[in-house]
Design a protein around this ligand. Sequence first.
Ligand code: 5GP
Ligand code: ZN
Length: 117
Amino acid sequence: MAGEPQDDCLFCKIVAGLIPATIIRETATTVAFRDINPQAPTHVLVIPKAHHMDVAALATEAPELAVDILRETKAVADDEKLDSYRTVFNTGSGAGQTVWHAHAHVIGGRGMQWPPG
Ligand code: 5GP
Ligand code: ZN
């Protein structure tokens, strides 16, 4: 059921403390931790503690959590002293989503190109 922990979900396991992660921020509803394969000097993932499969599902099933995620992306950028940064929600495998638990990538600390690859 939407919002319930999933036994086979990597990010639910990080929320539960079953898999280690470098957690840099936590709120009642969110966790922010460093990506294991960083694409820039700062690469942090912000996730809801509740399981929702992607950001679109999150916005439909628990819109208040979508706002919590966006608020935390800004807090991460402030903590990391980033004036410019990119917030990415890969949605669907064709767009590069590999973990089916909603997450924002906060990427910064280097110059970036547009359009993205
Ligand atoms: P996606 O490809 O779904 O948009 O993003 C998933 C992200 O999770 C990838 O950037 C990947 O490097 C990261 N990731 C995968 N496994 C782990 C892990 O065990 N720990 C951490 N911290 N990040 C992970
Ligand atoms: Zn999950």
